[in-house]
Design a protein around this ligand. Sequence first.
Ligand code: G6P
Length: 608
Amino acid sequence: MCGIVGYVGSREATPVLMNGLKRLEYRGYDSAGIAILHEGKIKMVKTKGRLAALEGKLNSVDLKGHMGIGHTRWATHGEPSDANSHPHVSSGGKIAVVHNGILENYIKLKDFLISRGYNFQSETDTEVVANLIDYNYRDDLVKAVIETLNEMEGAYALGVICTDCPDEFVAARKDSPLIVGLGKDENYIASDIPAILEYTKNVIILEDREVVRISAGRAEIFNLLGERVYREVFHVDWDVASAEKGGYEHFMMKEICEEPAVVKAAISPRIRDGQILFENFSLTDEMVRSCEKINIVACGTAYHAGVVGKYAIERLVRISVEADLASEFRYRDPMVDKKQITIIISQSGETLDTLMALREARKKGSHVVSIVNVVGSSIARESDDVLYTFAGPEIAVASTKAYNAQLTVLYLLALKFGQIRGTVNDEDIRYYLDQLMGLPGNMEEILRDKKEIQRFAAGHYNAGSIFFIGRNIDYALSMEGSLKLKEISYIHSEAYAGGELKHGTIALVENGTLVICPMTQDLLFEKMVSNIREVKARGAVVLAITSRKHAPEAEKAADAVIAIPDIDPLIAPVTAVIPLQLFAYYMSVMKGNDVDKPRNIAKSVTVE
Ligand code: G6P
């Protein structure tokens, strides 16, 4: 949510900032802008809408200069409009600011600034930051920013330029991500690594409440007391191609097609001599043995992976597992203590609700193991242990490959915990590792048959409402199928547990209603067949997704069947989710939607 870039060096800043903003489009935004400092003046171009609109405006403006800041905004305070777009400039034109996050005490600060003669052009909280820095400024920008931050309540990542400082700018962060990219005689800031990957792979990940002064030759970091602090330089091993479409029409399709490789990458480094190894794990066997309950906390797709994880861990470890939405968990004073392990799942590692849930769990003494994709992200850094998903950058807003990777890591974790607690024996380990290692091949097979799903989508993209019905693990999978469809096709959809159908949803089924039924759980197959018959009796059109061995039976009940390779039902979501992701993808394409950047939603949700 909101993307920030900043540059200082010998290149023209505008194209560097525009390139960076394009790489951050995935975060979700509804307006954009850049500000360049040149010959002592701040020049700014900003607009409501996509980057193409900003590029259009830039064509008619001369925005030369070697230092600047850029922003994509996802509206929180004030509608998406030219005036509310960032950057925001202080009343006298001295300071320009881009901001990601929410300033909670901005009304009080705004009233104060108005009483001191400042005027405001926008409805945003960010304009308050620009004016407050100006108010605190004497002759030292770092000092003015620190004073301002000490008066601010809320979350922020900031980029600040000042007409008195032609060769340097200042950035800062708290609870919103920000990295510093180190080049040769040029430096950068960005909300995320892909924005600067084509220029440098050396980055510093700022900690909360840190301020950095950046010139072409150096990056000096300070804490909020104004003391120098020193941070390690990280070398990123993602290649530039991983953040590009590579011949695919959309990032989403590219990322779905990467899933077999992603699953392999999540397993391979963790298996040695037939055993599961988690390197540098501080969680001891004793802690696993004495654990009384496991909490899994996440948002969105990561939460749906967590619900599958609940089924898998309960089955393999025979321990009670609660899967909860981070936004619910953090505000319900959860019954967490040091006898419990909390698993936090997040692709970005920056989702604010998930981060706050992590802090809540740790505050209550729980050991936190996180499953995260983005290396060095806030959630990764604040966890007791991290298991990276190694999925590479996920750019499409709708999460796909991260889900498979999260599931894979959850299965490994469940097996490891089961082994430690004696609920899983060596033979089980061999069997499941064999099954898991067979996944990439099975996934490739499903991906080779994409056409079938495309054809089915072509016949249904005008549907007004689509239901997903599943039981047990297939219910968890249905939730993800339904979310994917909603996110990118904008079709109303709901996921229901098969057993709940008669308690309400069936009233909504009428002639032509499309119902999608994942049915990968052998023990519940017959029950799902009954559900299909019930909805078909009310006129529904049913698509079943099931294993090859069940396909002939399913064909007798459903209108269409997608058959996937036979694998153990416990790990079936890793393969069975692919037809659901492809279905959502094709529905979105056929409706002419912006598949990778759906309306209103953001990839990295850094506000509540
Ligand atoms: C947003 C994204 C989803 C994602 C969720 C959690 O809603 O649009 O795709 O699943 O955030 O994000 P995380 O980065 O914590 O996995």
